[in-house]
Design a protein around this ligand. Structure first.
Ligand code: WTA
Length: 651
């Protein structure tokens, strides 16, 4: 049997539930239905004037020499000025920018926009004293402390491009990034807190610096206060150096000046330095943040529960929300410290109205059970968001019911480090949502689904997600590697951005993301996406989380192997295994029935919470494991390899 011609991925899963917005939400929403009617040019021109203050106006909207785009040409602006100073100048200095909650219970700070301005200036003056100026590359290796956004903003104020390296990365990963960018200064901290334990950031940074000779100076925040080694002449304490609060003028930057590099930590070995510039990026993140999160800056308490080390943190903890004058929550630690209700306690304490998190976190809460959320008053919540992976419909519905009290719209936002801003998402108040669908391209975004040959796949069919027009926050390249930029994103189809994700568009025009294309399986000639089989498994009442991978099979080409985490208290058994296989057959069809199911307490994930199906394929095939450097917890696969061997089940 072979799949239909013209369709790169077969799609089998059907989700029928619909969630229209309430009339009250629609009436007050920032986005009105006619937003979809505005022409691309006028939309991005108007938003640029509305969201951002320009020192000098731009003279042309954009220039497109594929694969390179420029936006807001001739415009001059400063990102830190837009995110901080202008709110203070407008008399909003007393508004809280961040409610910060440390991991140790009771450790709290509220930082107003006026205080943020003062701290950013002090940090910028300290960096100046270390020789940082316009164009000096700065590394930032910190935990979730307010000084992380402060450091980013201080760099932006001086026109010094930064690269933030997630605090969970090793010395080698840190050194690679510092070397690739040629960083001269590193901002770090003594230690971070994670699940009650100190994480030795400074010691790891020292190890990295031994292999990163371009770094001349460090600025070190004291967080835990435990003693750490300091190298004379190179290392400086933040609290000693960042004391000068005298004015430090924000550097006027060109729209296309480099704002930051962020290295993608995907599944391949050498990370790519994704280039983001100033004007288009700021307009893109502020505009999407305003409409997708329906932000009312005077009333909302917004919480993006990502880490600043990922693009979600850059765009939707720091630059987007601050540009819009939002009040945000920032939390330092893990969701289960000291207990599994920590998030819900935080929401109750600050009256959080908007929560943005990832499917992996939602599934963890599902696994723990709804009793933790039920202990707290979550009635202030009015909007929920999801990002990072396709969300399984059952996780969506759980989120809607147990966290959103069945009243909050959910925005399932598709985007990437490379796209800089959300590109596909519902607009709350307009979109009728469907669990598992990211629904519509954002206004001004031209997304489509292509077949292998580059033809548009019709409604219902699966294929590859592409973008056909540039957008303001798009990547401006891979740092120092033009060829890799062209090969990775622009070589599959002419002048068209290839996202590397599978997708289908249904008969209403809504997009369903099907996962990374390398994860597609081929069973008896059917190209089946991993997410559909996983969602069918998670649909079963006993399943908290599932990941599937393919192994070679003499008969069917590939056979599906499922790795399943059951909900707390449920035991794996041969009967349970049969029940789950039959459940998949009922939900999708017998073709998608897993040949093997392996029960496991944990799935292998990257540090940003994405399931690493590549490693599961190695386990399924009984192969030696490929690169495991991006794995959050290496012991998980070792255990899976044992179980895979022990519990193999075949038809
Ligand atoms: C996946 C995170 C389905 C996708 C902002 C993408 C999603 C990759 C979604 C980028 C979503 C992100 N639905 N898949 N709503 N959001 N993804 O660079 O595979 O960490 O290509 O950026 O995450 O991950 P990144």
């Amino acid at each position: 049997m072979s799949s239909d011609s013209g369709q790169a991925i077969d799609t089998l899963f059907q989700e029928e539930r619909r969630y229209p917005p309430s009339a009250a939400f629609s009436a007050a929403a920032n986005a009105k239905p006619d937003i979809y009617d505005e022409a691309f040019e006028s939309f991005w021109e108007r938003e640029a004037h509305e969201r951002v203050t320009w020192f000098e106006p731009f003279t042309s909207l954009y220039e497109w020499n594929p694969p390179y785009a420029k936006w807001y040409l001739g415009g001059k602006l400063n990102v830190a000025y837009n995110c901080v100073d202008r709110h203070v100048e407008a008399g909003r200095g007393d508004r809280v920018a961040y409610y910060w909650e440390g991991e140790p219970v009771g450790d709290r700070r509220a930082i107003t926009y006026a205080e943020l301005q003062d701290e950013v200036v002090r940090c910028a003056n300290a960096l100046k004293a270390l020789g940082v100026g316009k164009g000096t590359a700065v590394g930032i290796y910190m935990g979730m402390v307010p000084e992380a956004p402060i450091a980013m903003l201080a760099c932006a104020r001086l026109g010094a491009p930064h690269t933030v390296v997630f605090g969970g990365f090793s010395a080698d990963s840190l050194a690679d990034r510092l070397n690739d960018m040629g960083c001269e200064v590193l901002i770090t901290q003594d230690e971070a807190y994670r699940r009650g334990n100190p994480v030795p950031l400074k010691t790891t940074a020292d190890e990295a610096l031994a292999a990163a000779p371009s770094v001349r100076k460090t600025l070190v925040l004291r967080r835990t206060g435990n003693p750490v080694p300091m190298t004379d002449g190179r290392d400086h304490w933040w609290h000693e150096l960042a004391t000068d609060g005298s004015p430090c003028a924000p550097e006027p930057m060109d729209s296309e000046d480099l704002l930051y590099l962020l290295y993608t930590s995907g599944t391949t070995a050498k990370p790519k330095g994704i280039v983001h510039t100033t004007g288009g990026y700021l307009v893109g993140v502020a505009t999407t943040h305003n409409y997708i999160f329906d932000l009312k800056p005077e009333n909302d308490v917004y919480w993006c529960a990502a880490d600043v080390g990922w693009v979600t943190g850059h765009s939707y903890i720091v630059y987007g929300p601050l540009c819009n004058g939002a009040t945000s929550v920032m939390y330092e630690g893990t969701p289960d410290f000291p207990d599994k209700d920590r998030w819900w306690e935080i929401i109750e304490r600050y009256g959080v109205t908007i929560l943005y998190t990832a499917p992996t976190a939602i599934r963890a809460h599902m696994k723990w059970g709804p009793q933790y959320a039920a202990k707290h008053d979550l009635s202030t919540l009015r909007l929920l968001g999801s990002v990072g992976e396709p969300i399984n419909p059952e996780a969506w519905v759980w989120y809607h019911e147990h966290i959103g009290g069945e009243r909050c719209p959910i925005v399932d936002t598709w985007w990437q480090t490379e796209t800089g801003m959300v590109l596909i998402s519902p607009l709350p108040g307009i979109t009728t949502t469907k669990p598992g669908s990211a629904t519509r391209p954002f206004p001004g975004v031209d997304a489509a689904v292509y077949s292998e040959e580059g033809n548009e796949v019709g409604p219902g069919g699966g294929g590859y997600l592409v973008l056909r027009k540039p957008w303001p926050a798009m990547l401006r390249g891979v740092y120092g590697d033009d060829q890799r930029f062209r090969d990775t994103y622009w070589s599959k189809y002419p002048n068209t951005y290839f996202a590397g994700d599978g997708a289908r568009i249904d008969h209403d025009g809504d997009f369903w993301l099907l996962g990374r294309v390398d994860d597609v399986m081929n069973v008896s000639g059917h190209r089946i996406s991993t997410i559909e089989v996983e969602s069918a498994l998670v649909d079963h009442r006993d399943v908290a989380e599932a990941a599937v991978a393919a192994r070679a099979d003499a008969l069917t080409g590939q056979a599906i192997v499922a790795f399943v985490t059951l909900k707390g208290g449920v035991e794996g058994s041969v009967e349970k295994l049969e029940e789950l296989r039959n459940h998949v057959a009922e939900k999708i069809g017998p073709i998608a029935k897993p040949a093997n199911i392996v029960f496991t307490p944990e799935l292998p994930k990257t540090r940003s919470g994405k399931i690493m199906r590549r490693l599961l394929r190695d386990v399924a095939e009984n192969r030696p494991l490929g690169d495991t450097t991006t794995l959050a917890d290496p012991s998980v696969v070792a255990e899976l390899q044992d179980r895979g061997a022990a519990e193999t089940h075949d038809d």
